[in-house]
Write a protein that binds this ligand. Structure first.
Ligand code: SF4
Length: 352
């Protein structure tokens, strides 16, 4: 491992000053950065450990009704927090779908949102990777791509974002609070994730010295809570990143959908908001045909980045099933190990 400086600030201004140095990485739970450093895929000159900063580990309701979740809240704690279960049960379901109990006890909200792609070529330092070294090339192209992107990719990078947690959050219009040398700003979570361009891999959305200090869940999420689900398809049910996933949330009144939210995971460099599907769902009567059509619309921009054309079909089906389960209603309790997408559920589509 390359030697590095270790800094442990106790205030946000100290952390910003320390993180403004070139070559800095911010450490929270350590469940991703330490792996990257051990593999040689990250070699920061300085590690700024923000774990001792007071006030970043609380959940509070703000005056405008939004839920403010500190960046150091642990994933396990948030998944079981009564405010999340009441306002955004699909977020709890997504958190419980991610990683293992041990990792969820250590991983933090900010670290989960800012984790790196799980593209195996990114972690293998013998492979060319534009994300590790801009202009180096991309050895994933023409390689093993069954887990790679089907939407929003270019020849410079075909990686996906691995977070489950971020998928329902993007569907629910969550924002991140960022502190930096220029002060505090809010950013829609969706914009924290940049897509690759024809010219290069995604550029970071955070400027040098900027730190994510909190996540904001708007009050508009709460009316969607009674019909919210997160559904994840993975190669190993106990512990694996999503091959494809979907977060669906509906507001249903008088037998009609009056508001719909849908986002896909595992398909692009950001959680993919399917706004065309949302528009088709709004005002319609819930039903199997409608949900199949919405799933088809959700992947209308998809194209394979290699041997992964099957992901397009899978993503459409998982989206349809997530919508069907959401229409059926949010379960009273969120299981610690969410059910397989193949488990039959009352009201489930059998052919989607
Ligand atoms: Fe790197 Fe992206 Fe190519 Fe993976 S897909 S090797 S992360 S450039």
């Amino acid at each position: 491992m390359t030697p590095f400086d270790y800094v442990r600030p106790t205030t946000i201004p100290e952390a910003i000053a320390a993180a403004s140095e070139p070559g800095t990485a911010v450490l929270a739970g350590g469940t991703n950065l330490l792996d990257l450093m051990k593999a040689g895929a990250a070699s920061p000159k300085r590690v700024v450990d923000i774990g001792q900063i007071a006030g970043l580990d609380s959940v509070e309701v703000l005056a405008d009704g939004a839920l403010r979740i500190g960046a150091l809240v642990r994933n396990a704690d948030l998944a079981n927090h009564f405010e999340i279960l009441a306002r955004a049960p699909a977020v709890a379901e997504a958190l419980l779908s991610g990683a293992s109990p041990q990792l969820r006890n250590a991983a933090t909200v900010g670290g989960n949102l800012l984790q790196q792609t799980r593209c195996p070529y990114f972690y293998d330092v013998a492979s060319a990777c534009n994300r590790r070294a801009d202009g180096a090339g991309c050895d994933a192209l023409g390689g093993q791509t069954h887990g790679h992107a089907i939407i929003g990719w270019t020849e410079t990078c075909i990686a996906t974002h691995p977070s489950d947690f971020a998928v329902p959050l993007v569907a629910l219009d969550a924002e991140v609070e960022i502190e930096g040398p220029a002060g505090r700003r809010l950013l829609p979570l969706e914009q924290l994730y940049q897509l690759p361009s024809e010219a290069g891999a995604p550029s970071p959305a955070l400027a040098p010295g900027e730190i994510v200090t909190a996540l904001l869940l708007p009050p508009s999420a709460t009316p969607l809570a009674p019909h919210s689900r997160y559904l994840k398809l993975r190669e190993r049910t106990s512990y694996a990143f999503a091959l494809v996933s979907a977060a669906a949330a509906l507001r249903i009144a008088d037998g009609r959908i009056i508001e719909a939210r849908l986002a896909l995971g595992g398909v692009a460099a950001r959680p993919w908001r399917a706004r065309n599907a949302e528009a088709a769902l709004s005002g319609a009567e819930p039903g199997a045909e409608l949900f199949v059509e919405a799933g088809r619309l959700a992947v209308s921009e998809a194209r394979p980045s290699g041997d992964n054309a099957s992901k397009i079909t899978l993503a459409a089906r998982v989206a349809s099933r997530a919508l069907a389960r959401a229409a059926h209603g949010t379960p009273e309790t969120i299981s610690a190990l969410p059910a397989s997408v193949f488990s039959p559920v009352e009201g489930e589509l059998s052919d989607a």
